[in-house]
Design a protein around this ligand. Structure first.
Ligand code: APR
Ligand code: ZN
Ligand code: ZN
Length: 368
């Protein structure tokens, strides 16, 4: 092991102890990094809906969870065989280290990697020795966390950690949905349905890519005004107006080149499907639930042509996308700081869930 410490360490971490129970700060044990692993000193970690879903038992029953997964920090120590990152590197964490050997990686499409991995060792609760399940293989509402070294991507340390960490999840998903999955380019018209953190990021990504017209659709006027700040040129409140009609009207009667669905519901997917121009692209980045069903005339699917795509984590490749997006942010071309509504302390995650649930924040970010 290369680094400053030579023993497992005890630090603070935010634990979801059981289904629906409030989260709390507890002492956790972070082992020294084994082969291929790294210990990261967390500097900032955003609060995401997925953390709330873990707490509610909506993702799995593997309690206790160590929550937090939208994080940036400094590598403290690395295990044997780690060469891509070293102690002292400023990094953004991603959910899954790419394997390099699966059928997707071998065909040159590592962003689809079908065999990603996380750290092999487990962090534990100091009080009981119980193994913790880190949210999305990260667990970064903690002073330090153990991850696979491939989950760490070096970026320019000139960026604020609370801004950098956002690329670890929702904001990257939205930007990538526009740029990587949707292939938005100069002059395109884009509509984004659902303007939470993910949809707003799709708007910022579309603007960065040179879209000429960016139409934001939401049922909440507060969300539409933030969407404007991030680059929407037009807004539609779909509670008051038919969004398909409105998008067509704003695009010469034809529909948008790319429509991004960032809600994850059949109704909004259907709106996206009909609000796009002939041969246009629909991107589904909102995540549906198991009982949802979609019904569409197959003739329309054929007759309208184009592409119906799903976007997994923005089809991002962290090693390619994180450093580039941070550089563009530092050049003033990508206002990532607008996604940070508030910074909070480790003990305030439960309160932040409340505010998120009520739609009061884009992102609360824990700063350590
Ligand atoms: N039409 C338009 N907008 C809607 C509708 C609707 N029928 N229903 C909800 N919305 C809006 C909400 O008002 C909110 O602004 O969609 C937005 C959803 O935002 P968030 O709840 O903040 O969720 P976000 O983090 O942006 O994620 C969106 O992407 O990654 C997935 O699991 C995530 O499915 C979720 C989606
Ligand atoms: Zn997330
Ligand atoms: Zn792979």
């Amino acid at each position: 092991m290369k680094g400053f410490n030579t023993m497992a360490q005890e630090v603070r971490g935010v634990i979801a102890p059981g289904k629906g129970e409030p989260v709390r700060v507890e002492t956790i044990v972070v082992p020294d990094p084994g082969p291929g692993e790294a210990v990261v000193q967390v500097q900032a970690c955003g609060v995401c809906h997925t953390d709330l879903h873990y707490k509610q038992g909506g993702i799995s029953d593997d309690f206790p969870f160590l929550l937090g997964h939208e994080a940036a920090g400094v590598v403290e120590s690395v295990g044997e065989g780690v060469t891509d990152v070293a102690p002292g590197d400023f990094v953004i964490l991603n959910w899954r280290a790419v394997c390099g050997n699966c059928r997707a990686c071998l065909r040159g499409r590592p962003w689809y990697c079908f065999n990603t991995h996380n750290a092999e060792q487990r962090m534990t609760l100091a009080s009981t020795g119980q193994e913790l399940s880190p949210a999305l293989g990260i667990g970064a509402f903690a002073d330090k966390t153990l991850v696979a070294a491939g989950q760490c991507t070096k970026v320019d340390p000139g960026v604020a950690p609370q801004v950098a960490g956002l690329l670890g999840c929702g904001v990257m998903a939205g930007i990538g949905a526009a740029i990587n999955t949707g292939g938005v380019g100069r002059g395109d018209s884009v509509a984004v349905i659902g303007c939470g953190g993910v949809g707003d990021a799709a708007i910022a990504g579309s603007r960065l890519a040179g879209a000429a017209r960016i139409i934001a659709v939401d049922i909440d006027d507060r969300k539409l005004s933030t969407a404007r700040e991030l680059g929407a040129t037009h807004t539609v409140n779909s509670r008051e107006n038919d969004p398909v009609e409105a998008i067509r009207e704003l695009t010469g009667g034809f529909g948008a080149d790319v429509v991004i669905e960032a809600v994850g519901r059949p109704e909004t997917y259907q709106q996206a499907f009909y609000a796009r121009d002939l041969a246009g692209t629909v991107v589904l980045v909102g995540v549906p639930t198991p009982e949802m069903k979609l019904e569409l005339p197959l003739l329309d699917v054929f007759g309208r042509g184009g592409a119906l795509k799903s976007s997994w984590y923005g089809d991002c490749l962290p090693s390619r996308d994180f450093p580039m997006l941070i550089d563009l942010h530092l050049q003033g071309r990508l206002p990532l700081e607008k996604f940070v509504t508030e910074t909070i302390e480790l003990g305030e995650v439960e309160k932040a869930f409340e505010r998120m649930h009520h739609g009061d924040v884009l992102r609360s970010v824990v700063v350590l």
